[in-house]
Design a protein around this ligand. Sequence first.
Ligand code: ZN
Length: 231
Amino acid sequence: MFVGHYAAALAAKSVEPRAPLWAYVGAAQLLDIGWTSLVMANVEHVSFDTTLPGSPLVLYDMPWTHSLPAAVVWSVAALLVMRWALKLPWGAAVMVGLTVFSHWLLDYLVHRPDLLTGLGPVKVGLGWWNYPVPEQALEMGLIAITGAMWAGARTAAGRNAWPAVVFIAILVAVQIIGTVTAPAGSAFAFARTGLIVYVALTLIAVVIDLGKPKAAPPVAWSGPAEGEQVA
Ligand SMILES: [Zn+2]
């Protein structure tokens, strides 16, 4: 699962638009942002087997980012950061946390059993990577459905749909490039490329956020301004 993860971000943005797009886009891949960083730091480990169908990744060691307990911790941490640092409303902060957790659920669908559950050494994963054509169709289908939801939500709010169209086109392009490109030689180089892509997509989301309409001025205070005479 690569760009399919961003479907969660697009769905979240369409139903809870009060969090910025970049937060959802970063959240959808937060576990992989952590994973690529920890692979580069030699804390988690990956190897490649190009004879495997779907994905050449052999994800034999990633307890800090892709175990079920770790996914819960990352999700709650993201929720709290959104709430306390970005001062998002609770609903939006919770939606960012759920978007982080969606990553584990989608990985559970496609990964071969390499995800720790926290219950001893048992690893889980339904292994849809072993069926590359339906797996790719799933990722593209998720992006198409949630992209349409997001574009529809923008249009319904009287906003331009084109940023949605551009972002989805970029995701499709990234997926195609990722599919036809063999992994770089070392785990470090592979992780570095992945991290660059995740950060770049988050920065593109920041640019899209810059186009948001001006918020209405606050109306909560209706008393006299400082120094104003009260009749
Ligand atoms: Zn992942």
